[in-house]
Design a protein around this ligand. Structure first.
Ligand SMILES: [Zn+2]
Length: 237
């Protein structure tokens, strides 16, 4: 199990190698304003950390767009209705969802798909560029940066929820995920260019989880790392 000291040590190994440890922050399941979302937005604004919100198109409320006044918030597409169906129906729904998010969020929305439960049929991946998706994000170290022509894959790697208990997995477990991915990148056991992705779910976080997020953002920066925005990962619109 890892510690804050282990994270600092790993970040210093990157510095010794003259390399920049990159991170990004994805938060899933946004639909509308809530106190939990306010907490997330205030952390992101207070620490000037870019955050990519994976919004469920079928459930997205117009008031959510009004609430996202911070320019550093990008909107990714979290499936359609957080359900899975047959391929042709899914393609039509995803294209629908993309239109809905572009209408609601304008420039803030990005043609990046975050599939429900981070699972997606490989046959569907190949079809995403055909319905104008430029990016995809699931979970765990990617095998390659481009799973289909015209599609960039940037995953998340540090899910801070223990889903069986539906609560924060604890600092040690979360830091282990972060340090392991960083070390795998540094030693080329994983794609060195894939930014390490923090994955949060604002609706289920207790205060300890938020404290962890704040401390992680700060610790990465103190160690010389950088938090990247969605446009740096997936390109401009
Ligand atoms: Zn989800």
């Amino acid at each position: 199990m890892s510690s804050w000291a282990a994270l600092a040590a790993e970040l210093s190994r990157w510095r010794v190698d003259g390399r920049l440890p990159t991170f990004w922050w994805r938060d899933d399941d946004a639909t509308g304003p809530s106190r939990a979302l306010d907490r997330l937005l205030s952390i992101a604004a207070g620490l000037r950390a870019p955050v990519a919100l994976a919004v469920i198109p079928a459930a997205a409320e117009a008031v959510l767009a009004e609430r996202l006044d911070d320019a550093r918030v990008a909107v990714l597409q979290h499936g359609y209705a957080h359900a899975n169906h047959a391929l042709a129906a899914m393609l039509a729904e995803l294209a629908d969802g993309a239109r809905r998010l572009a209408e609601l969020f304008g420039q803030r929305s990005r043609p990046v798909l975050v599939p429900p439960w981070n699972r997606i049929d490989p046959a569907l991946v190949a079809m995403l560029p055909g319905i104008a998706f430029a990016g995809l994000s699931t979970y765990r170290a990617r095998a390659g940066a481009s799973p289909a022509f015209g599609l960039t894959l940037v995953n998340s790697h540090v899910d801070i929820v223990d889903w069986r208990a539906r609560r924060f997995c604890g600092e040690a477990a979360a830091l282990t995920l972060a340090v392991d991915h960083l070390a795998a990148r540094r030693t080329r056991r994983a794609d060195a260019d894939e930014a390490t992705g923090l994955l949060t779910h604002h609706a289920v976080h207790e205060p300890a989880a938020w404290r962890f997020v704040e401390r992680l953002i700060a610790a990465v920066r103190t160690g010389g790392g950088r938090w990247l925005a969605a446009e740096e990962l997936f390109g401009q619109r």
